[in-house]
Design a protein around this ligand. Sequence first.
Ligand code: NAP
Length: 282
Amino acid sequence: MSTILYGNEFAQQIRKELESVINERVNKGYRRPQLAILCVGNDVGSHSYILSTQKSCAKVGIEVVIHSFDEEITQEELKEKMIQLNQDDTVDAIMMQMPLPRQLSAQQIVDVMDPNKDVDGLHSLNVAKLYTKQDGMIPCTPEAIVRMLKHQKIELTGKEVVVVGRSQSVGRPVAQLLLNENATVTICHSKTKNLAEVTSRADIVVIAIGKAKTITKEYIKEGAVVIDVGVNVDEHGKLCGDVDFDDVEAKTSCITPVPKGLGPVTTAMLMENVVKSYKGRV
Ligand code: NAP
């Protein structure tokens, strides 16, 4: 029988720990941690993500300040704002909400950020630190995946892991983190031939492609662990993952549902990164 890996309870445990770290400092007279979110344009998905991040942060005592900009903002203007936030001692962490309009280069803007305030771990220095196994800011979703697997006491050493998706924010960093945990890791993408043949070899499959219900039981080995990163809307307007949950569940030993699987733990990791920076600053 498959275990469904709901993230809420684990996330709640992490939130409690963060809340007590914050309260301890606030009771000593220090300020609360602050996350600055930069948002360009009017993307509906971005706005709802920011509001839910703000709500979650408020529950543990993290202040969120949203800096909204017009779609027409230039690269230089956005960089200037980033420099101001770097220099502001009351700001512990910065998040550059993606996607950005086409005239802006996301990596160039992120690279202006103070790497110690880089809550999403996307600054080139933090990317390099991950690949050289140094302590830095780790992207939230990849960290959530590894922490969830460990929390569930799923052995990683020597396990065959297939990651489907090679994005900078999910696929590549999670593959690196799992490699650091001594798993044998294969990364697949849209040009991979015979994807089902590759994924059905895996003990653990991580799917981050952003395509609703693409992974069906033919892609999964009997008893495999399936981590579904995808957040999509299905034909009935309901949230769903990249995995066809109803088709795949019975074949797995563990599977994350969408919603309520990885999402809450990812948010907890974001807050953990804010508090990591805060602890180094107050
Ligand atoms: P992305 O930047 O669009 O990358 C998608 C990746 O999937 C690319 O590497 C692409 O290959 C690959 N791909 C697309 N279709 C494929 C197919 N049919 N077969 C094999 N590979 C395929 O997406 P992302 O930012 O990584 O996000 C992926 C999903 O995770 C989205 O649904 C997003 O909303 C969700 N997400 C969830 C969380 C969370 O906390 N749960 C956090 C972040 C993202 P190429 O490189 O060849 O184009």
